[in-house]
Write a protein that binds this ligand. Sequence first.
Ligand SMILES: Nc1ncnc2c1ncn2[C@@H]1O[C@H](COP(=O)(O)OP(=O)(O)OP(=O)(O)O)[C@@H](O)[C@H]1O
Ligand SMILES: [Mg+2]
Length: 361
Amino acid sequence: MARLNVEDLVVSYGAVVAVSDISFSVEDGEFVSLLGPSGCGKTTTLRCIAGLESSSGGTIRLGDTMMASDGSDIPPDKRGINMVFQSYAVWPHMSVFENVAYGLRTRREPVADIKRKVGEALKLVGLDGFAQRYGTELSGGQQQRVALARAVVTSPKLLLFDEPLSNLDAGLRDRMRFELVDLQRRLGQTSLYVTHDQSEAMLMSDRIILMKDGRIVQSGTPRDLYERPASRFAAEFIGNANIVDATVIRSVPDRSALVALAGGITVEGHFSRESDIRASGQVIACIRAESITRASESADGVNVFDATVETVGFLGPLITCTLRVGDVRLRAELPARRPPLVGESIKVRIEPDDVIIIAEQ
Ligand SMILES: Nc1ncnc2c1ncn2[C@@H]1O[C@H](COP(=O)(O)OP(=O)(O)OP(=O)(O)O)[C@@H](O)[C@H]1O
Ligand SMILES: [Mg+2]
């Protein structure tokens, strides 16, 4: 078990700076996700930590050991780090047993130990009984489990995952998310997980590091990022948000403020960050689709609005609809039971706590 510490990491490919001076830690036993859009440098960061890529600057430490510093790197097989890839990389010509045993054999562990450890690892991922099957005789989900067993069998200090579930169908991916977290909790292994899927990162992680253009833009617990996005990018990337330009009318010291939305309505909300409290002038308001609720016809008071329903889409337990409030268009998710009709006038309420005001444009 070990703590990962990355400081001022820079990775360049010629003129392309893929990772630009990032610093973060993963505590012992913690599950942290690197989340961000395609091309933001997630895989590059992971490959550097694994030793599959050279860094151009900065340091990578695992426990007390320096893995990389100023171009002097410990080779990948000496790092005590295992990586699970998106392409499962299960060897088709080897049995499941041999796939999982490979790392132990290269370490020349005694045959009896190998048998025991592989047996335990296969049990852990729900594949006991599959030891003699060949890679070609497995489904995608089973191959992914073999890759997991192979990664954990050598008890690495750190587990790295690069979008390991994105090739699976939606149902299996859902199940595997829970299984993977459950496995990680049972093993208590320090883990760094890469994904561009925000719901996956929210569901699985102790902490999320949000990246954009090779930099870290925000990090925190899933709840932190959801409730207190620090930028337009974070608000848009996490969850289902309406982002509306706004002007501060007045702010009060407890972090709340009255803002006028572009489109003519005035809402009460609260600043995402304490440091924004003194912001005046132009800001943005983030209103999540799920925080707009339907109010009774007689409702009035703070943040109650008349809305016209413009579109309605059925999602099962919820409907997604477009509402026009003044000249503002807002996407809302409402219960599917007794849904409003297109063209109907309804009243909606948005709790002031659910209107997040962000000073950065
Ligand atoms: N071998 C390489 N040579 C040159 N540029 C590279 C190389 N590998 C990656 N890049 C560039 O570095 C940047 C970061 O790539 P990276 O693969 O880390 O992104 P990512 O966040 O993992 O994206 P995705 O979600 O699409 O996998 C991209 O702009 C990419 O084009
Ligand atoms: Mg990638």
